[in-house]
Design a protein around this ligand. Structure first.
Ligand SMILES: [Zn+2]
Length: 290
């Protein structure tokens, strides 16, 4: 976990260690990388902060992680400019403050993510400073911005900053995605959840490829729904459809289409790549066993 967070493994390991021991500083600045990387990193940390797994956090599959991933967790707050590039004003930070004084709804932590934090005007930053000076024990604040240099020194001195590196993407997505989709479905039919995780592990570094593969999965499943069982398979696609048809029920095929769609939607909302991958694998194996 946290691979895309830092420029070096040592920093990633330090964050992971702090998360697992519940010792993450109450205010973090995530700077650098591109917007998608910053959002993904903030989401992964927020998810880890609310995760209820006794094992490694974030697990990606517990009810709290699922709510966090689907954007429905009541204790995760996003503060962002009303329009792209518009300033974040003091009213937004006052609203944050009033939420921060309440107990969390669904656990023991409230997480406030201020996106494009560099757009906070000076008044807003000063209001935030008051909150950082006397942090409530159940409050975590994540600031994401291209560079922390745009924040007041007083804010920077009360938060721990981490530099991000961009997620890497291949330029062979178009050719690779259909094959990846077929491999995913074949492994789903013939292998275990672990086999699927191993197959998908390289995609932890390739959001566009995973997104394209999820799109390519759906037509294969649709073909399987209408495939005649006795027809000989001529192409690789037909072969995959036939395999699916023989191994899975109609309901399972439809559920798999839903799972691919909801994971694709999550990626489009800039959800954390690793968590969506983990969720997809566990959802697929749930469907297979249903
Ligand atoms: Zn969890």
């Amino acid at each position: 976990m946290f691979e895309q967070l830092a420029v070096d493994r040592k920093t990633a390991a330090a964050i992971d260690e702090a998360v697992q021991r519940g010792r993450l500083p109450h205010a973090l600045i995530l700077e650098g990388g591109d917007e998608a990387t910053r959002l993904a990193a903030a989401q992964e940390i927020a998810c880890a902060l609310v995760c209820e797994s006794a094992d490694r956090k974030p697990c990606g599959v517990c009810p709290k992680c699922r709510k966090a991933l689907s954007g429905s967790h009541p204790d995760l707050y996003l503060i962002e400019p009303e329009k792209e590039g518009a300033p974040i004003k003091v009213d937004a930070i006052r609203a944050l403050k009033s939420h921060a004084t309440l107990r969390p709804n669904d656990g023991d932590r409230s997480v406030f993510h201020i996106r494009e934090a560099q757009l906070m005007n000076v008044q807003a930053q000063n209001a935030l400073l008051k909150i950082l000076e006397e942090p409530a024990p159940h409050v975590s604040i994540l600031l994401t911005c291209p560079s922390k240099a745009a924040l007041l020194e007083t804010i920077r001195s009360r938060a721990t900053a981490f530099a991000l590196s961009n997620e890497t993407a291949t330029d062979t997505t178009d050719e690779t995605a259909p094959q990846t989709a077929k491999d995913m479905l074949k492994t789903l039919c013939e292998g275990s959840e672990l086999d699927l995780l191993v197959l998908l592990a390289p995609l932890q570094k390739d959001r566009p490829l995973f997104r394209a593969a999820l799109s390519a999965v759906r037509p294969l499943l649709r073909d399987a729904l209408v495939a005649g069982e006795d027809l000989p398979a001529m192409t690789q696609e037909e072969e995959t459809a036939l395999l699916l048809r023989r191994r899975l029920t109609q309901k399972q095929l439809l559920d798999l289409m839903d799972a691919a769609q909801s994971c694709a939607d999550a990626l489009d909302r800039n959800a954390n790549l690793n968590l969506v991958l983990t969720y997809y694998c566990s959802r697929c194996s749930e469907i297979k066993l249903s």
